[in-house]
Write a protein that binds this ligand. Structure first.
Ligand SMILES: Cc1cc2nc3c(=O)[nH]c(=O)nc-3n(C[C@H](O)[C@H](O)[C@H](O)COP(=O)(O)OP(=O)(O)OC[C@H]3O[C@@H](n4cnc5c(N)ncnc54)[C@H](O)[C@@H]3O)c2cc1C
Length: 341
């Protein structure tokens, strides 16, 4: 390790390519471990990452109905790590409610998830006074957090810059040209050359404002097609999302916009009077089985396929990458199928 830790002058120990959640968090963890780090991003700001338009829900336990167990484990570890990395994450749980038209949905859902408490009408009203008298039964997941992704990006940038790490935006170089002991490739959909099986899934969200509603945490109303949360951003602003469409068209379809709005209104009719602030989408990098993959080569470590869980899992993956870098190991424990090139 001393070869890396000492580094050479004008040389970085670790070059990170891509300034999405995975790249920024990896950079920060490597820097804190004493490595000299540089970040290279093709675009001119963070908005190129789908995470810029993310809904900012970090709720591994309540996502266990849809997410692979690997993702849930990474998410649980990451919730613990986030407060040591950057400001902006609030961990005060998530509430999951059943649709009144499908009363058994909660029971069915409960068989796929863990680490929750059943909550009755009184407890729901205590947690979310705005929902008092509307829902009689739900599930509370205490180990869940939410954040404004744009705040997380800026907060990570501030911490990195304070540590002397500059993000080189508008970078047009090639990975092969980088002078570094190790290169971490976190290019998301830009890494199709390395991950030919990578595909894009579009996710969509709506941002609305209502000063009549006050929610304190993400609330998920079980829905037959999507995993949708209404998440507070403060000052009466809420994000509804995300609908997902298995293609790379980008943009928000009329159908999805309608679904997002109707979802909020189904949760709480007062959302019908909310003002629409933004309708956004992003294309997420997805691998065949929906689980992140880490490929460890001699010099390049590539991580991809974070799908709809980039914020939720990046710290735990970065922690494992750091272990690989320090031990020169060629195996990563958590990834679905680590591959040695
Ligand atoms: C509407 C929506 C809602 C979402 N909600 C959530 C949520 O609630 N919770 C959650 O955890 N996740 C959420 N996500 C998913 C999250 O955005 C992704 O999982 C995450 O962006 C993946 O992170 P990444 O760093 O692996 O890749 P990316 O974020 O795609 O970052 C890759 C970066 O690499 C750059 N790049 C590409 N090619 C090159 C190159 N050649 N050279 C240099 N740089 C390059 C790109 O410009 C980009 O900045 C949501 C996404 C969307 C769209």
């Amino acid at each position: 390790m001393s070869e890396i830790a000492n580094g050479k002058r004008d040389h970085v120990d670790v070059a990170i390519v891509g300034a999405g959640p995975m790249g920024l968090v990896t950079a920060l963890m490597c820097a804190r471990a004493g490595l000299k780090v540089a970040i290279y991003e093709r675009q001119s700001d963070f908005s190129a990452s789908p995470a810029w338009n993310g809904t900012g829900v970090l709720a591994p336990d309540s996502e266990a109905d849809a997410a692979d167990a690997t993702i849930v484990d990474l998410g649980r570890r990451s919730i613990e790590l986030w407060p040591t990395l950057a400001a902006g994450l609030t961990v005060n749980g998530a509430l999951v409610l059943g649709n009144r038209r499908t009363p058994t949905a909660l029971d069915d859902y409960s068989s796929f998830v863990l680490n929750y408490d059943w909550v009755d009408e009184e407890r729901i009203a205590f947690l979310e006074p705005a929902l008092a008298g509307v829902y009689s039964r739900g599930m509370f997941f205490p180990q869940a957090g939410h954040a404004d992704p744009r705040t997380l990006f800026n907060s990570l940038k501030d911490v990195l810059e304070a540590g002397g790490i500059r993000i080189r935006f508008d970078w047009v170089g090639t990975i092969e040209s980088l002078q570094a002991e190790r290169i971490v490739d976190t290019r998301g959909l830009g890494a199709r050359d390395r991950f030919p099986e990578l595909r894009a899934v579009t996710a969509e969200m709506a941002m609305v404002r209502s000063h009549k509603i006050e929610l304190n945490r993400p609330v998920r109303l079980l829905h037959n097609r999507h995993s949708l949360y209404v998440t507070p951003r403060g000052q009466g602003v809420y994000v509804i999302g995300a609908t997902t469409v298995d293609d790379d068209r980008g943009g928000v379809s009329v159908r999805s916009a309608g679904e997002l709005m109707m979802h909020a209104v189904s949760l709480l009719p007062a959302f019908a009077d909310a003002e629409v602030l933004e309708l956004r989408s992003g294309m997420m990098p997805v691998l065949m089985n929906g689980v992140p993959k880490v490929v460890v080569g001699d010099r390049v470590i590539a991580v991809n396929g974070l799908f709809r869980y980039g914020w939720m899992v990046a710290p735990a993956i970065a922690e494992d990458l750091l272990r690989v870098i320090y031990t020169q190991a060629t195996k990563v424990i958590h990834a679905s199928r680590p591959i040695r090139h």
